[in-house]
Structures are given as structure tokens and as C-alpha cells.
Ligand binder design. Structure first.
Ligand code: AHR
Length: 488
């Protein structure tokens, strides 16, 4: 069902700043799972592809283009059984282990040094997840010292002997992962024990505590009651998405999928509100949505492709993060390559998904500061018999941002309408004089179009230069448009 408003209009005043956006929301996640690490970021042994210290150059370049602020590693669930000392020292001496979570062998060819090297190559900060399930606070603290101590200390000297004299300066640490089965009280107590040991190893370490799956008030309340004075972030996970992709069964399937972003935003909003309620004296504590995404299939190795509608979910979720920027300060899409990956590879080829394209547009052009903006347009309901509780959602979902110097302004608009372009009045003020106006549009022939290794260019970004800041614009059906007005 569709609700009619008046003529659609969007306004944004780029002189009125309403918040700061932390770049860490455009973060990523790479787990030892499926084809993410081995055969994804790192090349298969014997490959003839160009590599850099065994990393695939084609993947490396695509990741660099995302300007990733951070990458979370080594899991996920993998981290719950990982012992970091297995992954240091000469590669030929590292032990093979069995990964009890994902039921596969782990060769430990990629360990801390390799991961930090990858992060440095793509310009990202490492986010390292310590093992709280089968590890100990002592083991986690030793990892912190190994990474961050100067080479004049025993731990730093050990790192130096393994090839890296300079400290890795890992500041962001996840304390545990999805320990929901342990209960919130036990997880919070473990957080405190790890926190004490890890902060002794490096008082500057920033620690992320396990949050709920989606929104679960009781879990988050307990975690904040017990550990709220010590944690730096609380990290809910939210996977969403609607599996039905058959328009012959009705347009409701498309709307059910794009509305996933509203559910993701709801999790973030409620977690942010709980922080405001329980930790008003600690405004620096953030929500880190450290696993999020669209997950609708369970194939081998969690190999997963994304279509245009999934890219629109990612874009709308970013608009939501911008709206909640006072508390949502980090997020990691699950995941980077192949396994739930926004980048897809086989032995010789690579292609990017619409989720990748949305990330590239937001990470490159949006963020910095949020400015005053509003939108008026028609809205839609997801049919109750398909997915309930998703009503009155505006077709146009927007955010307006600028760089702190005001020299680059960006308006991001997702038109979620399945069939209709939406002609919109635009009142954009505070744009610097003589700004160059470029429109970047992600779209494709169909809402469920996707890119594959055989047909990699079905969903694309089209760029167009305008002569002036537009007073009206026609936003195409099922598209993301980012209007960039820049003097740089
Ligand atoms: O991202 C895949 C898996 O999903 C992660 O290992 C786990 O944390 C989550 O359940």
C-alpha cells in the first residue's frame, strides 16, 4: 500500500551542522571462513595472478578504493577458538589446527603480522577480536603486548624477531563474539576480567563489548549495568534481508527486502537510546554494529552474492547511521570478500556487488558532518502477510553531509520505489559558491539485478556533471543517487 503526501521535496542547509559522523561506520570484517581470507584476500598457492606479499593485487586495489577506515579480524565465531600464537613465527613452523566452529582445517598461514600488513596496505585500522570463549584474559593481554609494546620489551622483541620491529599500535579490540549462550551476566563478567588484563597491557586500548543479536533490551541493559563504566563500545549484530526475490510473486518481496534497513536502524536507535539513558555521563561510549548485513542464503563457505536491492539496504542503513551519529560510531559489514562478501572472486576473476558500490559512494563522498535536512514524499507499507510491522516508510530516504571545512557537500538519496522515478524539488542552501556538481547514480535495469563474475557490469555507478546546484531532480526508481557539490 502506498500513502500519498504532497509534491515531493528535499531540503538541506549545509551551513547548519547537526552532528559529527565517525568514519569508522564505513568499516569492514574479514573472517577465516569460506573464501574470505584464503583464496580471497590472500592468493591461492601457485597462482599466476599479480600479488603483493601473497595478497591478490586485484582484491587489494578494490579494497583500497573503498577507503576502509577499519577491518575487523579474525572473526566472528572463528575468533572464539583462535589462539593467536598459532599464527606468528615462520609460516612453515606454524601448526595446522582444526576450526571447531566452522569445522575446517586452519593452516595459520595468515596471522597477526599478515593481517596488520594488509590493513597498512589498504589504509585501514585493525580491529582485533580476542578469544573470550576458549581463551583467557592472560592470553588476550599477551596479544595486546605483542602488538603494541616497544621492541625494547620482551613482547615487543618477540614481535621484532618475527619481522616487525615497530609496534602495530592496535587500538580497537573486540572482547568476545556472540557469547549469547553464556548469558549476559557471565559475558559481562568475562568482559571485566579481560578489560583489566588488556588495559594493563595497554591503557590506550579501546574495548568493544558483546551486544545483542538485533535488539534485546535485557542483554544490553545487563551488559551496561555490569560493565558500562569500563567498555568503550557495545556491539549489537544485525543481519537482515528478505529471501523472496521473485517479482512474479508480488512487489511486496522487493519492499520487504529494502525495508530491512529500517529494522537495522531500529536496532541501532534502541541501543543508542539505552546508552543515552544509562550512560549519559559517558557520551563517548559508542554503538559498534560490528556485524551487519543482508544474509538470506546458507551456501558452502557462506558464499553470497548481493543484488541491487541489497545495495539499497546498505545505503539506507548508512543514512540511518548518519542520523544516529551521536552514538553510532563504528560498524562492520559482514563481510569483505566471498564469504557474505561484497567482493566476489574465483581463481582468476573478481567482481563487485551493489553493496560494494554503495560502500564506495558513501565512504568516498559522504560523512564528516551531518547537516540539517528534511524530506517530504509518499510512503509505503510492506504487506503484513509478508513481513509485519514495516509501515509508513518513505520512498525517499536521504542524508546530507559535508566535510568540516564545508568545501564538499553531499546529498545521498535512496529512491526505494520499485517502479516510479520521483521528481523532487530540491532546496539546497549553504553550498559553496562555484562548487562543481557531480551526480553519482547506482542503478540497474531491475531491482534484483546483480553482478557476477561472468557479467560484472549489470549494476553500475553512472557519473554526470551538472552546471549548477539543481532546483529539481528526478530520482530514478530503485536507485541510489549521491549529489556531490565540491570546490576541491
Ligand atoms: O559473519 C558470519 C558469522 O556470523 C560470524 O562468524 C558470526 O559472528 C555470525 O554469527
Amino acid at each position: 500500500m502506498s500513502h500519498r503526501a504532497t509534491e515531493p521535496d528535499i531540503s538541506a542547509d549545509f551551513d547548519t551542522v547537526t552532528g559529527t559522523i565517525d568514519r569508522n561506520i564505513y568499516g569492514h570484517f574479514a573472517e577465516h571462513l569460506g573464501g574470505c581470507i584464503y583464496g580471497g584476500i590472500w592468493a591461492e598457492p601457485g597462482t599466476e595472478l599479480p600479488t603483493l606479499r601473497d595478497m591478490r593485487m586485484d582484491v587489494l586495489e578494490l579494497v583500497r578504493a573503498l577507503r576502509p577506515p577499519n577491518i575487523r579480524w579474525p572473526g566472528g565465531c572463528f575468533s572464539e577458538y583462535y589462539h593467536w600464537e598459532d599464527g606468528i613465527g615462520p609460516v612453515e613452523s606454524r601448526p595446522w589446527r582444526f576450526d571447531w566452529k566452522w569445522k575446517k582445517p586452519e593452516p595459520n598461514v595468515v596471522g597477526t603480522h599478515e593481517f596488520v600488513d594488509f590493513c597498512a596496505e589498504v589504509g585501514a585500522e585493525p580491529v582485533v577480536a580476542v578469544n573470550v570463549r576458549t581463551g583467557t584474559p592472560k592470553e588476550a593481554a599477551a596479544w595486546v603486548r605483542y602488538c603494541n609494546s616497544p621492541r625494547t620489551t620482551p613482547d615487543g622483541a618477540r614481535r621484532a624477531a618475527n619481522g616487525d620491529p615497530e609496534p602495530f599500535a592496535v587500538k580497537l579490540w573486540d572482547v568476545g563474539n556472540e557469547s549469547w549462550d553464556l548469558g549476559a551476566e557471565e559475558s559481562a563478567q568475562r568482559f571485566l576480567a579481560y578489560c583489566e588484563a588488556m588495559k594493563e597491557a595497554d591503557p590506550e586500548a579501546k574495548l568493544v563489548a558483546v551486544g545483542s543479536s538485533g535488539w534485546k533490551e535485557e542483554w544490553n541493559r545487563t551488559m551496561l549495568q555490569v560493565a558500562g563504566e569500563k567498555l568503550d563500545y557495545i556491539a549489537p549484530h544485525h543481519y537482515d534481508g528478505w529471501r523472496g526475490r521473485d517479482l512474479a510473486k508480488g512487489e511486496g518481496h522487493y519492499y520487504a527486502n529494502v525495508a530491512s534497513a529500517c529494522r537495522i536502524e531500529d536496532t541501532m536507535r534502541r541501543t543508542a537510546e539505552l546508552l543515552d539513558e544509562m550512560l549519559p555521563h559517558r557520551p563517548e561510549v559508542g554503538v559498534s554494529l560490528d556485524e551487519w548485513g543482508v544474509w538470506t542464503e546458507h551456501k558452502q563457505g557462506l558464499q553470497h552474492n548481493y543484488d541491487l536491492s541489497d545495495g539499497l539496504v546498505a545505503a539506507s542503513a548508512f543514512n540511518g547511521m548518519h542520523r544516529l551519529s551521536h552514538r553510532v560510531t563504528m560498524a562492520n559489514w559482514a563481510q569483505l570478500v566471498n564469504c557474505l562478501g561484497m567482493i566476489q572472486t574465483d581463481a582468476t576473476r573478481v567482481c563487485v556487488t551493489p553493496v560494494y558500490l554503495a560502500f564506495r559512494l558513501y565512504s568516498k563522498h559522504c560523512g564528516g558532518e551531518r547537516v540539517e535536512s528534511s524530506v517530504r514524499c509518499d510512503s509505503f507499507d510492506v504487506p503484513e502477510d509478508i513481513r509485519s510491522g514495516l509501515t509508513g516508510l518513505p520512498y525517499l530516504d536521504i542524508s546530507a553531509t559535508r566535510t568540516p571545512d564545508g568545501n564538499r557537500c553531499a546529498l545521498a538519496v535512496v529512491n526505494r520505489h520499485l517502479t516510479d522515478d520521483i521528481e523532487t524539488t530540491l532546496a539546497l542552501t549553504g553550498v559553496p559558491d562555484a562548487a562543481t556538481v557531480t551526480v553519482h547514480e547506482m542503478n540497474a535495469p531491475e531491482c534484483f539485478s546483480l553482478n557476477t563474475l561472468d557479467a560484472p557490469d549489470t549494476v553500475t555507478i553512472r557519473e554526470q556533471q551538472l552546471y549548477a546546484v539543481p532546483a529539481t531532480y528526478r530520482f530514478p526508481a530503485h536507485s541510489l543517487t549521491v549529489v556531490v557539490m565540491s570546490t576541491a
